[in-house]
Design a protein around this ligand. Sequence first.
Ligand SMILES: Nc1ncnc2c1ncn2[C@@H]1O[C@H](COP(=O)(O)OP(=O)(O)OP(=O)(O)O)[C@@H](O)[C@H]1O
Ligand SMILES: [Mg+2]
Length: 240
Amino acid sequence: MIEIENVRKSFGSLEVLKGIDLTVQKGEVVTIIGGSGSGKSTLLTCINGLEPIDSGRILVDGTEVHAKGTDLNKLRRKIGIVFQQFNAFPHLTVLENVTLAQRKVLKRSRAEAEAEAVKQLNHVGLGDKLKVYPGRLSGGQQQRMAIARALAMSPDYMLFDEVTSALDPQLVGEVLDTLRMLAGEGMTMICVTHEMKFAREVSDRVAFFHKGVMAEIAPPEQLFGNPKDTELQKFLSATH
Ligand SMILES: Nc1ncnc2c1ncn2[C@@H]1O[C@H](COP(=O)(O)OP(=O)(O)OP(=O)(O)O)[C@@H](O)[C@H]1O
Ligand SMILES: [Mg+2]
């Protein structure tokens, strides 16, 4: 489980997280929506310890992420993260891209890492692209490769930061279908997204961020059907 307790964070004089509280249970899918600059990406980078926090705490399976003495490398192995932009190694095949971190970080043997890579690439529908270079993949395929690469590390949690927002509209669906599949399999996920229909369908709870505050959090029927926060009401009427 991920426990976020009264987390505050500033960049210089700008406070971007103003006391965030959120607990994500095992198997839960929480999506985060909200305007640009509201702190969504910052929260994800704090959860896996890429960014320090100013106060409060974040616990992952009881381990405090920002405590002195926490083994961040060990902790990050539990948490897969996929970003908006693809960061594949262009000179490595799809199979090699999905194998590399398993070998380097998890010290898996080549055979073991390749078997896991093939399994996860099949899982996201790229079983026929093993020997292809990433430059030959469509944007949606590249993003599915990034998801396969994260899954191959056997994470307990997956964080997705607007994984479809750099894609052409016709490629968004295949990536959202992959996320839906993972949610259906019981993966614990936090997804930052601008895809409201997806958020409504897949989430156990949806959180609305506004200017560093989690202004509302509720099951999707409630959050979309009967939003209480006035900023959320404005946000939803602007995005519909
Ligand atoms: N490394 C950084 N240094 C300084 N300011 C930053 C840094 N990262 C983010 N910020 C600022 O913090 C605020 C929150 O940024 P964040 O990326 O978390 O927003 P977001 O909700 O993910 O927005 P978007 O929907 O545009 O991705 C923004 O004002 C941003 O400019
Ligand atoms: Mg962002």
